[in-house]
Design a protein around this ligand. Structure first.
Ligand code: GLU
Length: 410
């Protein structure tokens, strides 16, 4: 690229790095297409197909001619179906007017941040955290204030640490439970304690990314901030089709924010009207079907994920030089691999970071994991493995890693 071309790119766009998770997913796809037998623990996407009632609703709507513009925040019946789920399952008092449906949970997060954060505002983020929150905050001109957590506390931020990070400039606190990348989650008591801290700050909103709220293991209970009376009016709850309904490619997510007379949802809707317009028209009936006809399918997938969580944890726990907290939700484990730093891989590569670990593992053992640096905080000591893949692949991939780790040289 010439200097002229570089000069053409906005400062904003030039500063954004591509998503490392999506980049790794693309790389695995390419390696497989070239005939490599790669086991992918990279992508945060279920290997199941989207439940049939959801697919059928979209097909019927498409064939029935639902191919024109739809209302910006979503068709009334799909907003209403989502509001019903938020009310009944999450205990959030809301109506269809308090809901906006957007092109993926990721775009819902982006719009919520754009709707709330001004230049100079601070956004408190427990880390390690999903790697897109920080770029989104920075695209809005805000500054991320990290609250660092670690494996010793199951990657859960203490209320007093969140309190210490909050100032008069705090506009938003982002909580993602169950967590991507950590696979751990806050208990209801911990959620209440954090809510009490945030309730003491008049300006601060909560963006509670609950995209994994139905993928919870060991009988744990998930509690939504939006159901708590002291923060309900300042909480934006994010969810969507991608994870629960194994529909990552559909790009359908939603947000609910009943507070302030629905001002945040209205602002997100204005932003959506000037950017993507709406979700794809014929996916609206699919949202209704997802919200009303798929409880059994969702539970069946959750049970399988829970079995995989147990298997993955058992196998990873047997790896030398590596430690890992047990997964409580979502479909990730986030082991600490810093015990390998300073070693040389079987193929002669020096291991000095999560990235060099992941690169050597992919090249030499054909196993893809996400290096943790982009997840911030102590992430640089960790790699993320997704167990949204079948048990045979989990077994085979973990055996390859075990053998590769066993051949590391000090
Ligand atoms: N959220 C998924 C992941 O972390 C999908 C990719 C992305 O958007 O980051 O793998």
């Amino acid at each position: 690229m010439t200097a002229t071309h570089l000069d053409s790119i906005s400062i904003r766009a030039a500063a954004v790095a591509p998503s490392a998770t999506l980049a790794l997913t693309a790389r695995v796809r390419e390696l497989r297409a070239a005939g490599n037998d790669v086991i992918g623990f990279g992508a945060g996407e279920p290997d199941f197909t989207t439940p049939t009632p959801v697919c059928n609703a979209a097909i019927e709507a498409l064939q029935g001619g639902m191919t024109h513009y739809v209302p910006v925040p979503g068709a009334p019946d799909s907003r209403s179906a989502v509001a019903d789920v938020f009310r009944v399952r999450n205990g959030i008092e809301c109506t269809a007017d308090d809901v906006i449906i957007s092109n993926g949970g990721k775009f819902s997060c982006y719009l919520a941040i754009q709707a709330l954060v001004d230049p100079g505002d601070e956004v408190v983020l427990p880390t390690p955290a999903w790697l897109s929150y920080k770029p989104m905050v920075e695209l809005a001109g805000g500054t991320v204030v990290e609250v660092e957590t670690g494996p010793g506390d199951n990657f859960l931020a203490k209320p007093e640490a969140i309190a210490a990070a909050m100032t008069s400039k705090t506009k938003l606190v982002i909580i993602n439970s169950p967590s991507n990348p950590c696979g751990t989650m806050y208990s209801p008591g911990q959620i209440r304690d954090i809510a009490d801290v945030i309730a003491g700050h008049d300006r601060a909103w909560i963006m509670s990314d609950e995209i994994y709220d139905r993928l919870v293991y060991g009988g744990r209970e998930h509690l939504s901030f939006g159901s708590l009376s002291n923060v309900a009016n300042r909480t934006i709850t994010i969810n969507g089709l991608s994870k629960t309904w194994a529909a990552t490619g559909w790009r359908v997510g939603w947000a609910c924010a009943p507070g302030e007379g629905g001002a945040v949802i209205k602002a997100m809707s204005r932003l959506q009207s000037q950017s993507s317009s709406s979700i794809t028209s014929f996916l609206n009936p699919a949202v209704v079907a997802a919200c009303t006809k798929t409880d059994d399918e969702i539970e069946a997938m959750r049970v399988i994920f829970e079995q995989r969580a147990g298997l993955m944890f058992e196998l990873v726990s047997a790896w030398p030089r590596v430690t890992c907290p047990p997964p409580a939700g979502a479909f990730y484990v986030f082991p600490d691999v810093s015990g390998t730093f300073g070693c040389t891989s079987p193929g002669g590569r020096p291991i000095s970071s999560a990235s060099t670990f992941a690169e050597a593992l992919l090249e030499e053992a054909a196993v893809a994991v996400v290096p943790g640096e982009s997840f911030l905080g102590c992430g640089g000591n960790h790699v993320r493995l997704s167990f949204a893949t079948d048990e045979d692949s989990i077994g085979m991939g973990c055996t390859r890693v075990l053998e590769w780790l066993g051949a590391l040289q000090d």
